[in-house]
Design a binder for this molecule. Structure first.
Ligand code: PEP
Ligand code: MN
Length: 339
């Protein structure tokens, strides 16, 4: 931490700050400028109380952090990007661009198998599908629960695709982890810290969605919860945030993808389906996601979107999935991420 003192601070008040910094476990180093004096507080901020409250002292102008608060997630000190491995498939680093496709919700055996077969054929390596759904209304379809998990397991058995499915509650950790290769933490739970720790404890790789109103720093801090609980297998997923825009369900924040890739070594994937909330924008946003440097796409696909029990308006049909693959291919190649 750097403590900037107000111009012309008296010696006794400078000493008072130095004494407090020492008391809190840091080594103070005084740097005298022509107008202002600053105190560099040396020490790891993780093991000591924060010095931020010194900002309330009258002789202190500001307290500036030097280290990132997300130590394990931060890029600093790391030479290369991390690769997360799930179901034997690497995501991130120099691995090929990964496609994760499937319905918003698992609805029936027929539905999930139809999408799984089409996804496999289109080159996807993961099948997505919610068995437990976080719905805004308690009267809407809440997912098939355990039955949904069984159907995902069946689809995996047939196609070999890895499974991405949401963990909605701590109560379900064991059941969901038994089927999922990537445990999805949804946008609404992205700062549910006890759920994050419980998910981390499952030992499964975690796909952490960005919350609806979460700053990038908060998103990375949520990932830090998973990593500090001993699970380094974390993938970040940008899925759009709330803004003043009403033409789309959310605003897909591709700047955040570039920023998260710069600030951290973790893989970042993009969900253009929740991002736009409308199927006609999904392919354009997918092309952009590839170009901005995402490591993969999480995209909603349904055999009959008009009959979907959730998010029908934003799901591609099977022909749409093939078109998406065709449309992103040149961009994937241009980014050097072809398989
Ligand atoms: C989903 O993937 O269907 C979903 C509910 O995602 P989010 O948590 O990003 O809204
Ligand atoms: Mn959805």
């Amino acid at each position: 931490m750097i403590i900037v003192l107000r111009p012309k601070t008296e010696e006794s008040l400078i000493t008072q700050v130095e004494v407090e910094v020492k008391k809190l476990g840091y080594e103070p180093r005084l740097i005298r400028g022509e107008i202002q004096t600053v105190i560099a507080a040396i020490g790891d901020e993780r093991g000591h109380p924060s010095l931020e409250s010194l900002g309330t002292w009258p002789q202190v102008e500001s307290v500036l952090p030097v280290q990132r608060r997300y130590k394990l997630v931060a890029q600093e000190g790391r030479r290369s990007a991390s690769v997360v491995v799930a179901n034997g498939v690497g995501i991130g680093g120099k691995e090929p661009f990964r496609l994760m496709a499937g319905p918003c919700s698992v609805e029936s055996e027929e539905q999930i198998l139809a999408v799984a077969r089409a996804a496999k054929k289109a080159g996807a390596t993961f099948l997505r599908g919610g068995a437990y759904k976080p719905r805004t209304s308690p009267y809407e379809f809440q997912g098939l629960g355990e039955k949904g998990l069984e159907l995902l397991a069946l689809a995996k058995k047939e196609t070999g695709l890895g499974i991405v499915t949401e963990l909605l509650s701590e109560k379900h950790v064991e059941k969901v982890a038994a089927v999922a290769d990537l445990l999805q933490i949804g946008a609404r739970n992205a700062q549910n810290f006890s759920l994050l720790q419980a998910a981390a404890g499952s030992g499964k790789a975690i796909m952490l969605k960005r919350g609806l109103a979460m700053k990038v720093e908060e998103w990375l801090m949520a990932a830090e919860y998973v990593m500090s609980a001993g699970n380094g297998q974390v993938i970040l997923c940008e899925r759009g945030i709330r803004t003043f825009e009403t033409g789309m369900r959310n605003t897909l924040d591709l700047g955040a993808v570039a920023l998260a890739k710069r600030e951290s070594h973790l893989p970042v994937v993009v969900d253009p389906s929740q991002g736009a909330g409308r199927v006609d924008l999904v392919i354009a946003l997918s092309r952009a996601a590839v170009a901005v440097g995402a490591d993969g796409l999480l995209v909603e696909v349904h055999p009959l979107p008009a009959e979907a029990k959730s998010d029908g308006q934003q799901q591609l049909d099977l022909a749409g999935l093939n078109l998406l693959v065709e449309e992103i291919a040149p961009h994937v190649k241009a980014m050097g991420r072809a398989g």
